[in-house]
Design a protein around this ligand. Structure first.
Ligand code: ZN
Length: 206
């Protein structure tokens, strides 16, 4: 049975609590019969749009098994048209009731974008430049915040990048907007603390 958005979020929060406390319970292997059932199809209960950073694997962080999360990952969870399409697939074909955008502390893509904003260089490869161009609009409002520097700037930018990804998904996809307005899906932003293992939900007004 498909959970409600609230139930899906509770499952993620409970899984992260198990993970952060060092007591995960979800198996990361499948028996032959489980594999056979998986052939029939998939029923993930949440979509996670996360950074590709190797320290932020959603199945581990939320203590979930194979088949439970529909995961989309790019550097800095940059929202490209293909990412938007992947989220639309999760909504329309899989009926996923929750989309969680997961930023994380010390994000390299966010730092690279901040660096490029403060001292533009031509050293980025075309692909990396595309990541920076995708992340940059969400961070530009911070360039007028002279009070923010160093780690505080990165921390604020990580949260701004999550908020921007949520906005971009809504702006780019009438399907996302319609499903959200109809209450068929909930979009939430969150931040993973690499040092703590904990996921913190972000205030949607930020
Ligand atoms: Zn990252």
């Amino acid at each position: 049975m498909v959970p409600t958005p609230g139930q899906a979020l509770e499952r993620l929060e409970a899984g992260n609590a198990r993970y952060a406390e060092g007591h995960p319970t979800s198996p990361h292997f499948q028996t032959a019969s489980q594999r056979q059932r998986a052939v029939e199809g998939q029923e993930p209960f949440a979509t996670i749009l996360a950074c590709a950073d190797s320290r932020v694997p959603p199945e581990l962080v939320f203590d979930q098994s194979c088949g439970e999360l529909f995961v989309v990952r790019t550097a800095g969870h940059a929202v490209t048209p293909v990412v938007t399409g992947s989220v639309e697939y999760a909504l329309t074909e899989l009926g996923v009731p929750l989309v969680l955008v997961l930023g994380h502390s010390g994000c390299g893509a966010v730092k690279a974008t901040l660096d490029e904003m403060s001292s533009p260089s031509l050293r980025l490869t075309p692909g990396l430049a595309a990541v920076v161009e995708c992340v940059r609009p969400g961070l530009e409002p911070l360039s007028s915040r002279g009070d923010l520097t160093g780690d505080a700037l990165v921390a604020t930018a990580v949260r701004a990048n999550v908020a921007a990804a949520l906005r971009r998904l809504r702006d780019a996809s009438s399907t996302v907007r319609e499903y959200e307005q109809a209450g068929r899906v909930r979009l939430v932003g969150a931040e993973y603390g690499i040092g703590t293992g904990r996921v913190t939900l972000l205030d949607p007004r930020e």
